[in-house]
Design a protein around this ligand. Structure first.
Ligand code: ADP
Length: 585
């Protein structure tokens, strides 16, 4: 909780560049609860004076003053809201940018752990929830403080005896109402958690549509939705019950206020020690004064969801902070340029975060420039982990990997990743055109910064050009989720074209042909083999027959290198590789 509170201060820190406009706007907006009743109370007093003195002119004058004051107050509210909301929008934008930067900048694990469980929608909601502190809780608190301080002066100056009575009821309201804030705050927190879980359950239904139907899991999926909606409804019920009791006490508080004004105030008027016009004036402000005492505790409850959310948001931002500091330092100090592209791995062990078992143990491997190396091994033996570690997807203090003599830890992540082009089985295509999806390999961000000729050349080498030109729209046809219904094999060829256009010296193919039919696979493998003359290639393939002709085969077994050699050498060895090959047939 303490860290969450610190996180809350950090969320507030995003307002720092705009504190002046934010403060002015917030004050203008928050002062309304003080100014409006004051204007109304003054009007009531004048009306009473006009009646008592039988002078209609007083009322007309008061009406004009009222009209003008209302316009001024309303204008100040509108300007205040605009000014403070604009400042908080800017602060929210910076915070969200930092948050999502942590996803795209960090190693894969930061984003993976965030994706699991709560879901992307929940992450966005949390950021919105954390920045809610810029709005209601703050304006509510400010309003209450302004009203309590301002009206204390006004009421005591008007009549100190009424002041004492109002203060006593106010303090009572504070004590009673603050009893409700803790349970309400707890419910707020529970609702936040329950909502995140519900979003996750519903997004599972959408993302897992095919699997749910194929395995007839509809009932099970719906049960999980039922559970979450039930929990949310129950929390709603609890909140409503507590709020009902809270409302009841507010009514009592209202009666006490009326008793003070009409009972005690009326008594003072009869005694002749309080003027009736003054009583009318107090009537306009005392009840707001009293209820502000009750509401000030509400700020505490309003703050709880933003505090919880701030803790989560800041923890995510911190994931990338350390790394970006490392990257900034490296960029500032200038980075070493690799000499050649020999890959060297020296006694590299790796375990995933929060997983005890090591996924890789004591890997030492050297891949000379322009050599083609295949990693083979049973599923789970560590092939993908090793490839992803090599291309810089995992952040660890000790990364004993170098390219061309430059160690991983001595260059920024982006400089390191320039060495590699990577294609895996997922072949992510983005919601852009096919051409942009390929072109983004060259420059990132998907802008077409290269000529069509180069685009086509890469597509041709990846055996993608022919089918692309046959699709309506060709290279301009949309890819990604909204896109043309591309087959798995077509997507894979587009992804390979994207990798080729990057022009990186080291190409990494992790099951890159897994979605292809035999014929396309053979074509693509021919392409990959043709690239070996001027590229270093690392490859894994479920089909061992396709990698027989590589320069070196590395056999992984439970995260360790078990065998290394050419196809012929490993056949002679009669070990794991031979067994895997036999299973492959
Ligand atoms: P392969 O590519 O040879 O099938 P992987 O590299 O995918 O093997 O997996 C190696 C080991 O690491 C396995 O035990 C797997 O369960 C584990 N592993 C893979 N990815 C993760 C992850 N994101 N988090 C935790 N463990 C993982």
């Amino acid at each position: 909780m303490k860290t969450s509170k610190t996180a809350m201060w950090r969320v507030l820190g995003y307002l720092k560049p705009y504190w002046f406009t934010f403060g002015i706007g917030m004050l203008m907006y928050s002062a309304q609860l003080f100014l409006f009743p004051l204007v109304m109370a003054t009007f009531q007093e004048s009306v009473m004076n006009s009646i008592l003195e039988a002078d209609a002119q007083i009322m007309w004058d008061a009406l004009i003053v009222l009209g003008v004051s209302v316009i001024i107050v309303m204008a100040s509210i509108a300007i205040g809201i605009y000014v403070y909301v604009m400042a908080s929008v800017k602060a929210t934008k910076t915070l969200k940018r930092d948050l999502f930067r942590s996803f795209v900048n960090t190693g894969l694990e930061g984003s993976q752990s965030a994706h699991s469980g709560e879901g992307i929608a929940a992450i966005n909601t949390e950021a919105d929830m954390a920045t809610e502190v810029y709005g209601n809780p703050m304006s509510n608190f400010l309003r209450c403080v302004i009203v309590i301080v301002g009206f204390s002066i006004v009421i005591f100056v008007t009549d100190w005896r009424m002041g004492v009575g109002a203060l006593a009821i106010g303090l009572l309201a504070f004590v009673i109402q603050s009893r409700f804030t803790k349970p309400l705050a707890r419910i707020g927190k529970d609702q936040l958690e329950a909502n995140a879980a519900a979003v996750s359950a519903t997004s599972n239904i959408f993302s897992g549509g095919l699997t749910i139907r194929a395995y007839n899991m509809q009932d099970r999926a719906l049960i999980s939705v039922d559970t979450h909606s039930g929990k949310l409804k129950f929390l709603d019920f609890k909140r409503a019950t507590i709020s009902a009791f809270q409302g009841l006490f507010r009514t009592v508080q209202g009666w006490l206020t009326l008793a003070l004004i009409f009972g005690f105030g009326g008594y003072l008027v009869i005694q002749g020690t309080l003027n009736l016009a003054n009583l009318m004036y107090l009537l306009g402000i005392v009840s707001i004064y009293v209820s502000s005492f009750g509401q000030i505790g509400q700020t505490y409850a309003d703050l709880q969801p933003p505090i919880v959310a701030a803790g989560k948001v800041m923890a995510r931002i911190d994931v990338s902070r350390e790394q970006s500091v490392r990257n900034d330092n490296l960029k500032a100090n200038g980075q070493a340029k690799p000499e050649g592209y020999e890959i060297s791995i020296n006694d590299f062990s790796f375990s995933y975060k929060d997983v005890e078992k090591q996924a890789l143990q004591g890997i030492s491997l050297s891949v000379a420039e322009n050599k083609m190396v295949a990693l083979v091994g049973e599923s789970g033996s560590g092939k993908s982990t090793l490839l992803r570690a090599i291309i810089g997807m995992y952040e660890r203090d000790e990364m004993p990997i170098s390219v061309g003599g430059v160690a991983y830890n001595d260059v920024s992540t982006s400089a390191w990743r320039k060495n590699f082009a990577y294609v895996d089985q997922s072949c992510k295509l983005f919601d852009m055109s096919i051409g942009e999806n390929i072109a983004m390999g060259a420059k990132g961000n998907g802008e077409i910064v290269i000529g069509n000729e180069e685009l086509e050349k890469a597509a041709k080498r990846a055996f993608a050009h022919d089918f692309i030109t046959e699709i309506e729209g060709g290279y301009d046809a949309p890819a990604g989720e909204k896109g043309a219904s591309l087959s798995g094999g077509q997507k894979q060829r587009i992804a390979i074209a994207r990798a080729l256009i990057k022009g990186a010296p080291i190409l990494v193919f992790d099951e890159a042909t897994s979605a292809l039919d035999k014929e396309s696979e053979a074509y693509i493998m021919d392409t990959i083999y043709s690239l070996r003359n001027d590229h270093t290639i690392l490859i894994t393939s479920h089909n061992l027959n396709t990698i027989k002709n590589v320069d070196m085969i590395v056999v992984l077994d439970s995260g360790k290198i078990a065998e290394v050699g050419t196809h012929d050498e490993l056949i002679d060895k009669n070990g794991i590789y031979k067994r895997l090959l036999e299973q492959n047939h």
